[in-house]
Ligand binder design. Sequence first.
Ligand SMILES: [Mg+2]
Length: 401
Amino acid sequence: MPGGVHYSWGQITDARRAAPGAGAAPEAIGAVAFRCKGAEPTVKVTRVESIVLMGRYHFVRVHTDEGISGVGEVSPMNAGVTHAMVEKALAPIVVGKDPFDIETIWHQMFHRPYKLGPTGAQLEAMAGIDIALWDIVGKASGQPVYKLLGGAFRSDAEVYASSMLRTMTPQEEAERALSFKEQGYRAYKIHSATPWMYDTGHDQTLDTVREMRKLVGDDFGILVDVNNAYLPHTAIKMARRLEEYGVWHFEEPIPAYDYAGLAQLADAVDIPIAAGEQEYQRWQFRDLILQARVDILQVDVIKCGGITEFKKIAALASTFDKPITVHNTQPTVGTLAHLHLWVSTPSCIYPQEYNIEPHPLRDDTPIWKEPVLVEKGRMRVPDRPGLGVELDDTVVERLRG
Ligand SMILES: [Mg+2]
């Protein structure tokens, strides 16, 4: 870090031990001590760069006056809105701040634009900035993010193959599942019904599960996601049939906002009920646990306000002995941020979601210089400082807009 403060955990520990009011001489404490006293930050965020690629994929780069920048990702599909949220509502809060002050920055991003939130686009946009700040702190301290989060509980993370297509026949889906089993995956998820259709949509869940079980055998995990397709009484009947096929988890069986219906279902059946991709912050997850009584929490770091809020939700999950199997659709920076969380979060005990569909920023024009990919159903977390990847500027410029 030319010309600036070299942050290290040793310095910070020394500073906290010595100051303020502990009698140590300021020169023995270093510049970090002045930060502890609430003085002007010694490293500042100079710019929050909102990057929309191909009109859909949204990344954030946060730049500092020390020459270090960090990268984060925002949940896709509404990039025009989240782009405005980053640029108009959040960037003015973040520019000028010390990137090490992640908790206070998160607090201000959450509370100041209170008329715009506190779920959805606001938390998704916050996620992009928050993840980038963790990347900066990792780079500035020479540590990978998972080390900042307390270190690795596991050396790598197992993922399951998440099939997002709804156009395959049951037989085709079963054959695809088998091909992923042969690649080393131990579980596979289907999306097998029309989302949000209250019992009236197309549904080939049972046919697909039956074909899959025949082909992949009993030693392979089948996960079923119906994206809020059923009413509670239908979901209960379906859950009992899925139990017969040894399906591992049953995801978003009924409309996500119907916590009473989810509780009715969760109490009636044994198959684990999974939900959480419609929840954005710890208070919603508290209600998902206490009111909806679901079994598996599906937090998404690029929706839930970033790593800072994910940690709090993980603490809540641990308190109630709820495993986390994340919602994870973006196999680029979002997956990488998740990867640091998967290895460092005790509650991430089951295989985590990995999108197996073609993705232009992973497959056609990779946006990162050192891709982090799946090998035999597992992902190894990079040991480089920060998240461990840099965006490829050439690709960013070519695809911007
Ligand atoms: Mg889902």
